[in-house]
Design a protein around this ligand. Structure first.
Ligand code: NAD
Length: 342
């Protein structure tokens, strides 16, 4: 359809983007999506097999830092919106190798928004008024806010000062600031969403939940950092995608929205929940419970103690709410990995 709008989505061979693309293509027949992804170790086209045949979806392998390529894509496909997922995303890797995080997350985000600005500034529409033609949506993390105390009333809101502690969160915080500056300085139509920890299908093996399931099935020890009491606020990945959809379409320009499911869990509670499900679904032949495999390992350097999101703004202003609670979402998730690792 020639009247379709073409949206550039970046990094969608990764975990969240590959859950987002099929959802978005299905919901909006009026959009074409171009997925620009470098296919680093974290990207896997298997994640998008279900979209390969869709004429409204196109994959381009390339680096968001490659300005010539990004300019070519804007011109060739007349890009009318951007939803920017691409990033280096694993905190442990950022401790070992911070440079690539600064390059992709900071320089890459700068390249994308600067090209978008220069492409769109020549168009006969107003950035602030006509979001459908020109919105730049930046996907970010709650880790930019630093760490919280154990007081349950202490929550991240959109006005919590930035205090990133890892090279990963520092690079994401920097990219958020670049987006902010392009709104303030050039009047670009930008929105940012800062989401808590996601879980669900298609996450890379290196992350906590897939690791727990894989190690348990292989009868290997399940490594847990420190005392296992670090708290994260877990959100089912499709609920994140639905939040992005709502903010992209109805969020106010220049605004930040926190996305989180009010599902705080310690890492130990996560392992316990998963082991309990596995004990019923695929009981071990040698162990009474997979929990016997839990092993505490030396804590991650600079490990933030607690993250928890106050999503009131997104809920009250834009009407978002999570569809899955942790108990339902974790069963869907375990089932997906059981199928993958069987
Ligand atoms: P991921 O690591 O699974 O996927 C990242 C994707 O980006 C991969 O497909 C990779 O190939 C691609 N990529 C990396 N560098 C690139 C480059 N230079 N050019 C083009 N593509 C490149 O990450 P994810 O978990 O899907 O996270 C997506 C976004 O959401 C990130 O911006 C992340 O900061 C943010 N986020 C993630 C979570 C979470 O829990 N996973 C929570 C909040 C926010």
């Amino acid at each position: 359809n020639n009247n379709n709008q073409t949206i550039l989505v970046t990094g969608c061979a990764g975990f969240i983007g590959s859950n987002f693309v099929p959802y978005f293509l299905d919901k909006y027949p009026e959009y074409n999506l171009i997925n620009l992804d470098l296919l680093t170790y974290a990207g896997n086209l298997e994640n998008l097999k279900e979209c390969e045949e869709n004429p409204r979806y196109k994959f381009i392998k390339g680096d968001i830092c490659n300005r010539d390529l990004v300019e070519f894509i804007f011109t060739e496909y007349d890009i009318q919106g951007v939803i920017h997922f691409a990033a280096e995303s694993h905190v442990d890797n950022s401790i070992k190798n911070p440079g690539v995080f600064v390059n992709t997350n900071v320089n890459g985000t700068f390249t994308l928004i600067d090209v978008a600005y220069k492409y769109w500034m020549d168009k006969p529409f107003n950035y602030k008024a006509d979001y459908k033609k020109s919105r730049f949506h930046h996907i970010s993390t709650d880790e930019v806010y630093g760490t919280l105390t154990d007081d349950p009333k202490d929550l991240f809101t959109e006005t919590t000062p930035y205090a990133p502690n890892s090279p990963y969160s520092a690079s994401k915080a920097s990219s958020d600031m670049i987006i902010r500056a392009y709104n303030e300085t050039y009047g670009m139509n930008t929105v940012i969403t800062n989401c808590s920890n996601n879980y669900g299908p298609k996450q890379h093996d290196e992350k906590l939940i897939p690791t727990i399931i894989r190690k348990a099935l292989n009868n290997e020890s399940i490594p847990i950092y420190g005392d296992g009491k670090n708290i994260r606020d877990w959100l089912y990945v499709l609920d994140h995608c639905k939040g992005i959809d709502i903010v992209y379409h109805t969020g106010k320009t220049a605004n930040t929205y926190n996305i989180g499911g009010r599902n705080e869990r310690t890492n130990l509670q996560i392992v316990d929940a998963i082991c309990t499900i596995l004990d019923t679904k695929v009981p071990s032949k040698t162990l009474t419970s997979y929990k016997e495999l839990i092993t505490f390992v030396e804590d991650r350097a600079g490990h933030d103690r607690r993250y928890a999101i106050d999503a009131t703004k997104l809920e009250d202003e834009l009407g978002w709410k999570a569809d899955e609670n942790f108990d339902t979402g974790i069963v869907l998730t375990v089932d997906w990995y059981l199928d993958k690792y069987k």
